[in-house]
Design a protein around this ligand. Structure first.
Ligand SMILES: Nc1ncnc2c1ncn2[C@@H]1O[C@H](COP(=O)(O)OP(=O)(O)OP(=O)(O)O)[C@@H](O)[C@H]1O
Length: 309
């Protein structure tokens, strides 16, 4: 079945181009089975292009890609049945009723059912899981934007996939629906043991959901790790604030634990308040992306002149 049972996704040296423009340069990463991976990056960084190559919807120009043990360019029906994709294309089915559309989509997976994973997902359970039970008999065209997004997600999950691609799944969802959706992602990760690759611009969402985060800038991976590992890449970023004998102090330090230990050893008596703020994923992301963009921006003429003086 697969050459590497541990990994659901393996990408090595992936390159992709639109016409003569390269949009992915030497991208390499992997996702273990059951892992929730968030792919982050500015607009146009190449997140959707990466996902589309993994789904087998776009051809790469170089590199090795293996998804659930197969090259997506050669993925067969059986392989495709194990993959859930959340698309936004169900607007054309305006006259279908929600339950009817899901039941039809689900029926396509019946022949891929296995004793360990009965397929499709029971439609009423799925409707309840995505919070559409009350809309089961409504025509798709009469759903609100957020309800349609839930339906998109339900269609991506109806085949009880081993691997799910979620491209900006919470765009347009209200805060309650967003929180419910996060619960659903955890459920499919825990109960189905599914591997999940999610792209999002919502950094709290990424921090909340992902076991690992990959940041893509300009078609290149600039960071890959847990949120804590990424924040450790930014030196001097823990902020320590304290009040000493009535005066307020603040310092940005690389190792707040060591700093606070020293502070208490030398000045412990007069300290009345202490607060440590570690870099949030947003701080980390913005710093790493800025550094990567500065590194690739060619110097201006003035900078070149200054350098030659
Ligand atoms: N069909 C296409 N033809 C030509 N260029 C394209 C096409 N689709 C995307 N691109 C270009 O490829 C690059 C990567 O786009 P992609 O959609 O993968 O980025 P993204 O990280 O998903 O962006 P966003 O966060 O805006 O969704 C961009 O420069 C984009 O302009």
């Amino acid at each position: 079945m697969t050459t590497n049972e541990r990994d659901a996704i393996e990408v090595e040296g992936l390159r992709m181009r639109y016409g003569s423009t390269d949009v992915l340069h030497d991208v390499s990463f992997s996702a273990r089975r059951g892992e929730v991976l968030a792919l982050l990056g500015p607009n146009g960084a190449g997140k959707t292009s990466t996902i589309e190559v993994l789904e087998g919807f776009r051809m790469r120009s170089a590199g090795r890609v293996e998804v659930l043990g197969l090259d997506p360019a050669q993925g067969n029906e059986q392989w495709r049945a194990r993959i859930g994709v959340v698309l936004q294309s169900w607007r054309d089915h305006a006259k279908w009723r929600v339950r009817e559309l899901l039941a039809y989509q689900g029926s396509l997976y019946e022949s891929y059912s296995a004793p360990s994973i009965p397929r499709p997902w029971r439609i009423d359970d799925l409707l309840a899981a995505v919070g559409l039970a009350e809309q089961a008999h409504r025509p798709v065209g009469k759903l609100s934007g957020g309800q349609r997004r839930r339906l998109d997600v339900a269609i991506g999950l109806v085949g009880r996939p081993d691997l799910v691609f979620l491209d900006e799944p919470t765009t347009g969802l209200d805060p309650k629906a967003r929180r419910d959706f996060h619960g659903l992602v955890r459920q499919i990760s825990d109960d189905l043991g599914a591997t999940i690759l999610i792209t999002t611009h919502d950094l709290d969402e990424a921090e909340n959901l992902a076991d690992r985060i990959i940041i893509l800038v300009d078609g290149r991976i600039i960071a890959d790790g847990t949120s804590e590992q990424l924040s450790r890449q930014i030196v001097g970023h823990d902020e320590v604030r304290w009040v000493q004998d009535g005066a307020h102090h603040a310092r940005s330090v690389p190792d707040s634990t060591a700093f606070v230990r020293e502070l208490f050893m030398s000045e412990g008596h007069g300290i009345s308040e202490l607060e440590i703020r570690r870099a949030s994923l947003e701080d980390t992301y913005l710093t790493l992306v800025r550094e990567a963009e500065l590194a690739t921006t060619p110097p201006t003429e003035i900078e070149l002149e200054e350098a030659s003086r």
